[in-house]
Design a protein around this ligand. Structure first.
Ligand code: R5P
Length: 301
């Protein structure tokens, strides 16, 4: 019988429990402690038999580095208990934005992270809306799930267009537009690689009087979404609602986006709730659970 273990955050346990209830795979109690010197300690208590598959549920924010270490330690622990294969469910994949060398001397961080996870014994990774197509760096099998089609169905509301804040994100707006049978477009964004400063170049598409759904993968400082919202409202949009996969909730980001004029702020529950009354969460564990089930079914065949 496969088992589910979970990372150190309360949210990991909640996600694990939602997945466990949905697919009928039991959870193995997982202990997390921090030694006085700051090092992490994990222990998977019983419940795992030699030759079983194990699913580790461990999202990677907040406490990114600690979360990453906890995934590595859990993989090593269950491998040591004789797990036949181990999948990591990490709805938010850490370091995915440093996906290439922008300035000479930088690492491809996501490559380093995915290789480290594989060397700890993981053979499969399930994540949600990874920033860019980088899962080929993982030496095993890996999948990035689309939360947006599911979210678009779940959120209700009437929209005329789905908008991506930059050209690279157009695929996200396309998926939403397809689901809602509306049109889509994108803004032109530039980010200064040294200062991090963002500028948005308005394009010529017509948004006057339209109800827009602005779609992005990550909302961190809220700078991208706030500037995009302002640009769209300044171009005459009647209303801008925002939908993101990963709401990091960096300090001040929610207020920044709301004060830019966004009417709704909708996020998937890939990360712990930020505790702000205006954020609407969509539970995407049904999408994740199907992917876990698919992996387990594949193991049987
Ligand atoms: C960048 O390419 C991403 O897709 C997001 O637009 C970006 O990471 C959001 O970051 P922030 O909220 O800090 O602007």
């Amino acid at each position: 019988m496969p088992k589910i273990v979970y990372g150190l955050k309360e949210h990991d346990k909640s996600l694990a429990s939602l997945i466990s209830d949905r697919i009928g795979v039991p959870m193995a109690t997982t202990q997390h402690r921090i030694f006085p010197d700051g090092e992490a300690y994990v222990r998977v208590e019983g419940g795992i038999e030699r030759g079983e598959e194990v699913v580790i549920v461990n999202t990677m924010y907040p406490d990114t580095d600690r979360s990453l270490v906890s995934a590595l330690l859990l993989a090593d622990a269950v491998k040591g208990m004789g797990a036949s294969s181990i999948a990591l469910v990490s709805p938010y994949m850490a370091y995915s934005r440093q996906d290439r060398v922008f300035l000479r001397g930088e690492p491809v961080s996501v490559r380093a992270v995915l290789r480290a996870l594989a060397s700890a014994g993981l053979s499969h990774v399930i994540t949600v809306e990874i920033h860019s197509k980088t899962l080929h760096f993982f030496p095993g099998t890996a999948v990035s799930l689309d939360p947006f089609s599911y979210m678009a169905r779940a959120i209700g509301g009437e929209y005329d267009m789905a908008i991506a804040p930059d050209r690279g994100a157009i695929d996200r707006a396309v998926r939403v537009a397809r689901e809602l049978s509306i049109s889509h477009d994108y803004l032109e964004k530039r980010r200064d690689r040294i200062t991090g400063e963002i500028s948005l170049k308005p394009k010529s598409f017509k948004v006057r009087g339209k109800k827009l759904l602005l779609v992005d993968d990550i909302m961190s400082t809220g700078g991208t979404i706030a500037k995009a919202t302002e640009a769209l409202l300044n171009s005459g949009a009647e209303r801008v609602d925002v939908m993101v996969a990963h709401l990091l909730g960096v300090r001040g980001s929610i207020e920044r986006v709301l004060s830019s004029g966004a009417s709704r702020l909708i996020a998937a529950n890939t990360l712990p709730p930020v505790g702000h009354g205006r954020v609407e969460y969509v539970d995407v564990t049904p999408v994740i659970s199907s992917a876990v089930l698919e992996w387990l079914e594949g193991k049987k065949g």
